[in-house]
Ligand binder design. Structure first.
Ligand SMILES: Nc1ncnc2c1ncn2[C@@H]1O[C@H](COP(=O)(O)OP(=O)(O)O)[C@@H](O)[C@H]1O
Ligand SMILES: *[C@@H]1O[C@H](CO)[C@@H](O)[C@H](O)[C@H]1NC(C)=O
Ligand SMILES: *[C@@H]1O[C@H](CO)[C@@H](O)[C@H](O)[C@H]1NC(C)=O
Ligand SMILES: [Mg+2]
Length: 314
């Protein structure tokens, strides 16, 4: 096998090839990727959806756990009286999140941290309502007046703790390149969903470094990813000239897209009005870093990384 490869390499350099080697290499990569996907499709025959989960609920309703029917989102009244906080499980700039109990089921209660960020909070609720699907965490109810909402609780937490989760004895069997590549594909599908959402092209703005990005997605117990924190999802519409900026401050670092960096050099002080706006391609730029994290460093993941990104990484 190795000899054959070497032989064909020599063949390349000796013969006159009208196609530039780079193009050939690219073609080979594309073919490899197609083969990889075909192989994966073959390996992962998804189980037929169990009757209960098959049909999505109509807008304004939800179904979780063992519930047979779709039920309307809980109102302020039910949130105030029917939900018992158990313990705090997370906090960001906008929300404080509590593991809670509602009708003997574990749920996540998110509470606005401060009135100053109420606008972001309400934007997040609006997005959660409009984007209910397999790609987004399940909404159970909300109360805009109180600055609260209720979602499905995911005990495995966010993608930030993926490595710890996969190291638990219970989940070690899932720590393979197959499962991790599935997560990466899952992630790309979510980005694609946000970019082609019912509300238009939405950009995941709250993602200025890898940890931040990972903390906006939850890992479900069935080992899928769902988008969770939707507070910063501005809409892009190129046909009417609507571009976006992720915040009003200067962004720095390796993780953000090049077009998110101040383009006028270090000598020129940052000035928000002069900063050119951009579009959803910022999300695309970040995919390799996130996908590489999801692939991790297990047997076979470097091979997958090589096929996906062409450059082998240490
Ligand atoms: N449904 C949930 N299940 C489990 N943990 C959650 C859930 N929702 C949020 N969390 C935890 O709370 C943290 C903060 O939630 P998030 O929605 O990102 O708030 P913020 O908008 O303030 O960043 C998350 O990073 C996660 O650790
Ligand atoms: C984008 O803007 C155009 C022009 O205003 C409009 O017709 C179109 O519906 C918008 N697209 C979306 C997805 O809202
Ligand atoms: C462009 O379209 C988006 C929806 O896609 C809308 O939110 C925005 O207000 C529109 N802007 C203009 C200038 O028409
Ligand atoms: Mg967050």
């Amino acid at each position: 096998m190795e000899k054959k490869l070497q032989g064909s390499k020599r063949g390349f350099s000796q013969r006159e090839i009208p196609i530039p080697p780079a193009a050939l290499l690219l073609l080979a990569m594309v073919l490899m990727n197609i083969l990889l996907y075909l192989y994966l499709d073959h390996v992962f025959v998804s189980p037929p959806p169990s009757g209960v989960e098959a049909r999505p609920c109509p807008f304004g309703t939800f179904r979780m756990g063992q519930m047979k029917n779709c039920s309307p989102w809980l109102s302020c009244e039910s949130l105030r009286t029917g939900v018992r906080k158990l313990k705090r499980v997370g906090e960001g700039a906008v929300k404080r999140v509590f593991l809670s109990e509602w009708k003997e089921q574990k749920v996540a209660l998110s509470q606005l941290t401060s009135p100053e960020v109420k606008e972001d909070f309400l934007h997040g609720v609006k997005m959660l309502k409009s984007l209910q699907s397999e790609h987004v965490v399940l909404l159970i109810g909300y109360c805009e007046d109180d600055g609260t909402f209720l979602t499905e609780y995911h005990p495995l937490g966010t993608l930030k703790t993926l490595e710890e989760t996969l190291n638990l004895p219970k989940y070690q069997s899932l720590n393979t390149w197959h499962h991790r590549l599935k997560l990466a594909i899952n992630y790309v599908n979510i980005i694609n969903y946000l970019h082609t959402s019912p509300l238009g092209t939405l950009v995941m703005c709250d993602s200025n470094d890898l940890d931040k990005m990972l903390s906006q997605y939850l890992l479900t117990s069935s080992f899928r990813i769902v988008a969770n924190d939707l507070d910063a999802l501005p809409v892009v519409n190129k046909s009417n000239g609507t571009l976006i900026k992720c915040g009003h401050r200067e962004l720095v670092g390796e993780f953000v897209a090049p077009e998110q960096l101040w383009p006028y050099g270090e000598e020129t002080p940052f000035y928000d009005e002069r900063m050119p706006p951009y579009d959803e391609k910022t999300d695309i730029w970040k995919i390799p870093d996130v996908a590489s994290f999801l692939l991790g460093h297990v047997e076979g993941s470097d091979v997958v990384r090589f096929h996906l990104f062409e450059i082998p990484q240490a």
